[in-house]
Design a protein around this ligand. Sequence first.
Ligand code: WTA
Length: 644
Amino acid sequence: MSQPETIPVKPEIAANALVDRARYDDMARRAAENPEAFWAEESKRITWMTPPTRIKNVTFTGNVSIKWFEDGVLNASANCLDRHLATRGDQVAIIWEGDDPGEQKHVTYRELHAEVCRMANVLKSLGVRKGDRVTVYMPMIVEAAVAILACARIGAVHSVVFGGFSPDSLANRIQDCDSSILITADEGRRGGRKVPLKANVDAAAKSCPMLKKVVVVKATGGQVDMQDGRDVWYHEAAATMPLDCPPEPMNAEDPLFILYTSGSTGKPKGVLHTTGGYMVWASFTHQYVFDYHDGEVYWCTADVGWVTGHTYIVYGPLANGATTLMFEGIPNYPDTSRFWQVVDKHKVNIFYTAPTAIRALMRDGEGPVKKTSRASLRVLGSVGEPINPEAWLWYYRVVGDQRCPIVDTWWQTETGGILISALPGAIDQKPGSATLPLPGVKPVLVDGDGNVLEGATEGNLCLADSWPGQMRTVYGDHERFIQTYFSTFRGFYFSGDGARRDEDGYYWITGRVDDVINVSGHRMGTAEVESALVAHAKVAEAAVVGFPHDIKGQGIYAYVTLVAGEEPTEELRKELVMWVRKEIGPIAAPDAIQWAPGLPKTRSGKIMRRILRKIAANETDSLGDTSTLADPAVVDDLVRNRMA
Ligand code: WTA
């Protein structure tokens, strides 16, 4: 494909946009020149019980300390609910669209406020206090948002675990944050199938002695076992609860939530976000990146179990008084028109999804899209992984009819919200580029030695200074926080991504430069998949790498060495795939398993992943230097037996 064109901002969009180019330039300049003044002003988008006077207090070196608005007092749920009651109590806050196209719900701000108070009172009655960790393991139903906001209301720290994770993965997360209470549902529903959430909780609970109470929302009415003294039906407990619960005053730096995410080593880490800075960032980015105008219907297709769901289904849109759509289903059920049918049904104006969904839908051609109207659409967004120019242009031409600007938003669980993105009315787009940093964001590209690179170049993507939505620590392990993000390049936050910057200053994210794989926009640590594989009795050793995958972006490729005497059969291959699914969850299932009699190791025993990545990607004519290997013959065998 030829060098993708630039798509200029459309005058009719710029004319009505909250931010046009002149305003963007002005904001970026002011945020750079005087961050304190800029963020003091922006903090006013939040309703404070005590407004902050100290704005920024950050050091990226030594013990690393990040504080924003540190003497401010607020409550996140009050910002999402109470403050809207007077002006938009009867406006729809959440449109819920079921997995079954016949099911939907409209919940107004007043109703959502009442339901959140009720759930908050249930949690209180079960002994939950400010600072306690509450695990939320829910399907995409309104009660998932209610649970999140109920925790925030009473100052409990929520730890949402994606409903697709296995009992083991759930147990690890409950244990890590020592959570004594969990909110779940009987079952989830996705693409016409049931997900046994409560049964998974029962299995996880076996290794979680700290878990004392399980609140169960009746979602499908499926059969579940309730354990006496531990399990509580939400509807029974809620029936007697008052519909009012005063929001707990929280310091800006009090924890709001923990969200576990994969890294290159060890177990997933608990990314900790605090209240004030996160809320300012969620509101600021949601409003400007999507150019959200009052009254619009906004739909982010993520699951609340990921950070995108936290910031751009719940906190950002609700803080801004938006109507946010929550979708229980999947893009291809009942058929591949579903997204666009939902857009037409609810007159969605802003639509935010992942490249993997776009690529999957592209396979079916234009037909399923073009038979819908999509006339309500105004802005399209992309998140989770680099979007290839082909998918970008298809999204633009076919879905958006060349009318809707696309915002390709780069960010991470750790960043709390979007850092690099186009703004619909301000930034000319280039298909495949996340474009420019938001005001107040200072990306830098550095080489392997930590030298800052100037101009058009490529390097490791770091942030030179803090922004309010930045994570504050790894829960319970500040040392790991420093090691992971601040030790590779001194004085910078290191994202783990690589990027190119072109002559216009536009950023092109090239993907992870560490041992993290991005599968369909979901982060997976290679170490996690490896440790699941070696936990199988027949596996002696395993090495896992990512490889290019047409739909998923990256697939999981595993090299497996069997215990001596075990036969490498097709059956065992299938068994190992199922094993990893069961150990971690379906998203971790390897796409390819290659039997490896030996792995390429240096003389000191370190696996040379660079070589394994090349073989998996079928780039075997550029393996590079293999002379440092203990046994170079291993490589020949792996190349010969590569999985097609
Ligand atoms: C990748 C999801 C390119 C990146 C919000 C990052 C992207 C990781 C983009 C974070 C994008 C996310 N272009 N790559 N627009 N958005 N990524 O923590 O590698 O689940 O480091 O947060 O996804 O994934 P996470």
